[in-house]
Design a binder for this molecule. Structure first.
Ligand code: 3H9
Length: 701
């Protein structure tokens, strides 16, 4: 941290890369320099700013759970001291101010900000609430509505909104020396004898607060925050800001903060924060490897997937060409993209001008020669190896040397495809999730010969288009679909054994998943699953004919799911109803395959589906398909609707204990007869780690 006195103002500059995390050393430094400024008679005011791009990313999350987090001075105490300062303190917010960084600014008397900044309290995403006064000071400055919205969503707001809400007092000019401007602003406050200002003297203005505001707000976020502990505590803390004087409100905030911090949910969500960042680091690959440029991109195929993929690049301002076989297909594809943008514009999330800017970046062609000079091609044609090989052969012929050739596949063998052309080092798999312009996950499949620079360039490209990249090795289904397979198998098998689709859905939904498996299959299309199975008959039909019986039967009956109005359920508009015919069908198939139907407990459903998913995760980890268990968690929480508050399947297993998972798998192995013996084989890594009393996160290949 830097300290200097300019005239009669002390300038404290946070300088703790990468994000000015408020760990113990920085907290100590702030206190020390604050004391120095108070003791210096020449100093009449303090300005706190940052030497980095960011103002401050908040508390140092890596300290949580360690002694350092508890060591004094704690962040609440640092903020309280700033607030109680007899000398004027101004936060000069030069870049993003998040969490504790925002709270530090809120504890200052005035806030001066660059117009490009964002401020926010994202603690809820870590299973927490702002614990350094944010829940008490923000409502006093900006009102309860703004505060409760910001604190429960965790979403930052821009400088203009912060100014309008009273969070920021003045914005700097966009150009010019920001620090000089902040000093001049502070000097003007001194010149006007502006008094110090403390939130303790303010109460929350509730005059305009709608009747039943909190009850209605709770209802409005109930579905989104289902099962999460922190959001309700965030609301309670803001309610306390209205009801209590500042000092008591701060105490209440601390109680609620500690209650959140001690939950498995907070551990899970903090695990996910670091998991997403760890996923971009590839063991054995030098992160300083020079990257290839990605300025021009081509997408092969203008269908739903190709169009969705293209939108990601257009959104990031990248020149994009879509190639398809016919002009008619292209016209249709481009029409869908435009329509999607126009719908977004109607919702007020894009301006007309932004729509046109994006469309202007989009080119369409039927000629491969037109994409010869692009830096990255993503093939998004029909999921069939022969068709994909033909496309790759043409790309091999026409594309300039060094073009990264990516295949968008959810299951196919990337190595086989790479081996079919002359430049396997440039081939990589990119598994986008549908809808490709919305879903955050991008599984990057690293072939045996994929060059390191192609891999790192693709990871960087994923971040540029705001995806969460996770690198997987080559196997059927990579990480996501491979691990999903036993989960799906158990759900399908449980249906034959007597569970209903609604019971399975409810158990998984109550666990926190976005939806249960029968609903998910109905949404994705029963025919889509059928086609996938046809592509890998050995895996799906080789060992147990009962396994796919129910889905195959529904496919045969053309009950494809939501799109045909019938699948596991009957759909009428948005409503779905249970269908006794499906239960009848399951009973008949059970008889046919010699499966005895019985009452199935909710616990059995949960354990057989989720624990077998975890077991396959262990297998994937041991085989090196995933580099670390947290990569599997990142895949599941960003692409498969696994609840963030569980931290992903592997974190969940670590939390409940690997011995618990293993014991249940062995129990079903013994109880389920031949089926149990065949399918409930504990992964060797699960057995090993459980015997050693370790967790998945302790495992490094
Ligand atoms: C809090 O403040 C609690 C208080 O209310 C109460 C306390 C009593 N701590 O994301 P990036 C690391 S809770 C530790 O790639 P970007 C990150 O792991 C906190 N480390 O950069 C990465 O390390 P590595 C509330 C942190 O430019 C490196 O910095 N605050 C922290 O894309 C670069 O990060 C938040 O929740 C941290 N707080 O995005 C904000 N932040 O290179 C969390 C980052 O080894 N942070 N790191 O992988 C973010 O949202 C983004 O990091 C940020 C920068 C937008 C700041």
């Amino acid at each position: 941290m830097n300290y200097e006195v300019r005239g009669n103002i002390a300038l404290l500059t946070l300088n703790s890369p990468p994000v000015n995390g408020l760990g113990l050393p920085l907290r100590q430094a702030i206190n020390e320099h604050f004391d120095k400024a108070l003791a210096d008679d020449q100093v009449q005011a303090l300005v706190i700013t940052s030497a980095a791009k960011l103002f401050c990313g908040g508390a140092d999350i890596s300290e949580f759970g360690t002694d350092k987090a508890l060591a004094e001075p704690g962040l609440p105490a640092v903020c309280d001291r700033l607030e109680a300062s007899p000398k004027l303190v101004v936060a000069a917010i030069n870049g993003m101010a998040l969490g504790g960084g925002c709270e530090l600014a809120l504890a200052c008397d005035y806030r001066f900000a660059h117009p490009s900044v964002k401020v926010g309290l994202p603690e809820v995403n870590l299973g927490l609430l702002p614990g350094a006064g944010g829940t008490q000071r923000l409502p006093r400055l900006a009102g309860a509505e703004v505060a409760v919205q910001m604190i429960t969503s965790g979403a930052p707001i821009n400088a203009k909104k912060a100014l309008d809400a009273g969070i920021v007092d003045q914005l700097a000019e966009a150009e010019g020396d920001f620090v000089e401007a902040a000093l001049a602003y502070t000097q003007s406050l001194l010149d006007q004898n502006t008094p110090v200002r403390t939130c303790a003297e303010l109460s929350v203005d509730t005059a305009e607060l709608p009747e039943n505001f909190f009850a209605d707000f709770r209802k409005s976020i109930a579905r989104r925050t289902r099962g999460f502990f922190a959001p309700e505590r965030c609301i309670q803390a803001v309610e306390a800001a209205i009801e209590l004087p500042l000092a008591e409100g701060l105490k209440k905030e601390q109680e609620l903060f500690q209650a959140c911090m001690s939950t498995p949910q907070a551990r899970a969500q903090q695990h996910l924060f670091f998991a997403e960042r760890a996923a971009t680091k590839i063991p054995g690959v030098d992160p300083k490897t020079p990257l290839r440029p990605v300025n021009k991109v081509a997408i092969i195929g203008s269908g739903t997937m190709g169009g969705g993929i293209a939108m990601n690049f257009l959104n990031a301002g990248i020149d994009t060409t879509i190639l398809d076989l016919s002009q008619e297909a292209l016209d249709r594809g481009l029409g869908v993209i435009r329509k999607n943008y126009e719908i977004t514009a109607k919702k007020g999330k894009l301006t007309e001008q932004q729509v046109e800017e994006r469309m202007a970046l989009l080119n369409a062609t039927t000629e491969y020669a037109d994409i010869a000079d692009v830096d990255l091609v993503i093939e998004a044609v029909f999921e069939n190896m022969d068709i994909k090989k033909k496309v790759f052969a043409t790309l091999d012929e026409v594309c300039k040397p060094g073009t990264i050739l990516a295949t968008n596949t959810s299951t196919l063998d990337v190595d086989e495809l790479a081996a079919s052309i002359s430049r396997p080092q440039d081939v990589i798999g990119l598994h986008f999730f549908s809808p490709a312009n919305v879903m955050r996950l991008l599984e990057i499949v690293r072939g045996g010969k994929t060059a390191d620079d192609a891999l790192l360039t693709t990871i960087k490209m994923a971040q540029t288009i705001k995806k969460v990249p996770v690198v997987a090795g080559v196997c059927w289904g990579f990480i996501g679909n491979r691990v999903l397979e036993p989960y799906g198998r158990e759900a399908a098998r449980l249906l034959l054994e007597g569970a209903t689709p609604a019971q399975i859905d409810k158990v998984l939904y109550d666990f926190g998943l976005a939806m249960g498996l029968p609903s998910m299959i109905d949404l994705a299309g029963i025919d889509v699953g059928y086609l996938t199975r046809q592509g890998n008959k050995e895996a799906f039909y080789g060992r147990d004919p009962a396994y796919t019986a129910i889905c195959d039967k529904l496919n045969e009956l053309e009950r494809f799911g939501q799109k045909t109005g019938r699948g596991f359920y009957i759909y009428e508009g948005r409503d779905k109803k249970e269908d006794p015919e499906v239960m009848q069908l399951a009973a008949e198939l059970a008889k046919e395959h010699g499966v005895t139907q019985r009452e199935i407990s909710d616990q059995e459903i949960l354990e057989r589906t989720i624990y077998m998913l975890i077991n396959e995760g262990a297998q994937v980890l041991e085989e090196g398909i995933a580099y670390r268990s947290s990569d599997i968690d990142t895949v599941y929480c960003n692409g498969y609707g696994f609840p963030g508050h569980r931290g992903g399947p592997m974190q969940y297993a670590d939390e409940i204990g690997l011995d618990t998972v293993l014991a249940a798998i062995n129990k079903y192995r013994n109880e389920l007869g031949k089926y149990g013996e065949e399918w409930f084989k504990p992964a060797p890594l699960l057995e090993k780690l459980a015997a050693e009393g370790k967790r998945f996160k302790d495992y490094a290949a």
